[in-house]
Design a protein around this ligand. Structure first.
Ligand code: SF4
Ligand code: MG
Length: 332
């Protein structure tokens, strides 16, 4: 199957007062048509920056310094702002954590849902309104014809996120990127929204990237998973690979840290320590300070990616046959 999105060797840096930060450091992943890839990791690991890069929405201080983003036969890193805006209105949509980021408080729901279609995609207004009603029905807003006249403040948080999802779908995109879309919602609503994502995918066949720190969400929604740490993807695989056969020590630690209510709290295994400072990224493995298996080589040479299985890859010296040879050169 030919991938819809192929990200290769992506590097993103940010200029800050404190200097240059390497937020994304050589990320590779693909998303196939109709599938959900979850990108999971702790806050600050570069998962949001990766998704903003794909969307062409990096802030002015951020820059793609290397790499390629192929989406539906187009190299996105070479497009102008204007060309990118067109793609965002047609084939690519993004959903953020806070629905109010995407909603204009001063416009009715109907107006903001149809505006882009009418002006950018040149869809007749009556057709746009019909599509808006259909989308609101799809996401479970009762009486959509009536409620389209209302403003964002007249809806609950959960309903607002449903509206944002409807807005993301209205242009019939090929890919939706959702960054922590349920984090701001309470647990019951969260479950309903995740159900909604699954149903939408079944009914529309849209591909999704789900950005999250929550492995519970990943377990519910992902087909494939990419685990990020300190600006790199350390392991990728199918859901079963990652949950049942994790190979990278960080993935294992992450799975161990899931709060298990069946265990007394002193048996939890949070990951001790903190990720490295990306103002001066480590030379070797970024996880070595926290890794219980770290060896001499890990501090000196960055681990290469090992193909473990058709769809399963990880970057760790423990898994790499070349480790012995590299170790000998390091220890000499
Ligand atoms: Fe641990 Fe070394 Fe593997 Fe990094 S490369 S995860 S430090 S064993
Ligand atoms: Mg984030």
């Amino acid at each position: 199957q030919e991938p819809l999105l192929q990200v290769n060797h992506l590097h993103v840096t940010f200029k800050t007062h404190g200097g240059q930060v390497s937020a994304v450091r050589g990320v590779d992943f693909t998303v196939n048509r109709g599938e959900t890839l979850a990108i999971v990791g702790e806050s600050g690991c570069g998962k949001s920056v990766t998704s903003l890069s794909v969307m062409g929405l990096l802030p002015a201080s951020g820059k793609i310094t290397q790499g390629s983003i192929m989406f539906d036969h187009q190299e996105l890193t070479r497009l102008t702002k204007k060309q990118m805006r067109r793609i965002r209105g047609v084939d690519l949509s993004m959903i953020f954590q806070d629905p109010m980021t995407s909603l204009n408080p001063t416009l009715s729901i109907g107006t903001q849902m149809t505006e882009g279609l009418v002006h950018q995609n040149k869809v007749p207004r009556s057709e746009a309104r019909k599509r808006a009603v259909d989308m609101l029905k799809l996401v479970g807003i009762p009486n959509p014809e009536e409620r389209m006249k209302e403003f964002p403040y007249q809806f609950s948080g959960g309903m607002r996120q449903r509206i944002v999802i409807a807005m993301a779908l209205i242009c019939q995109p090929k890919l939706i990127i959702a960054d922590e879309p349920t984090t701001a919602l309470d647990v019951t609503i969260q479950a309903q929204i995740l159900e909604l994502f699954s149903r939408i995918q079944r009914e529309t066949g849209v591909a999704m990237i789900m950005i999250t720190h929550d492995l519970g969400i990943v377990a519910k929604i992902a087909d494939r998973i990419a685990v990020m740490y300190a600006g790199e993807i350390v392991e990728t695989g199918n859901k079963r690979d990652i949950f049942y056969h994790p190979r990278h020590p960080y993935t294992k630690a992450l799975l161990d840290s899931i709060v298990r209510i069946d265990l007394p709290s002193d048996e939890l295994h949070p990951i001790e320590g903190a990720p490295p400072d990306l103002f001066s990224p480590p030379v070797g493995c970024a996880f070595s300070d926290r890794c219980p298996f770290a060896m001499e080589v890990c501090d000196h040479v960055q681990p290469l990616t090992t193909q473990l299985d058709l769809h399963h890859r990880a970057a760790c010296w423990l898994l790499d046959k070349r480790a012995q040879a590299v170790r000998e050169t390091v220890e000499k």
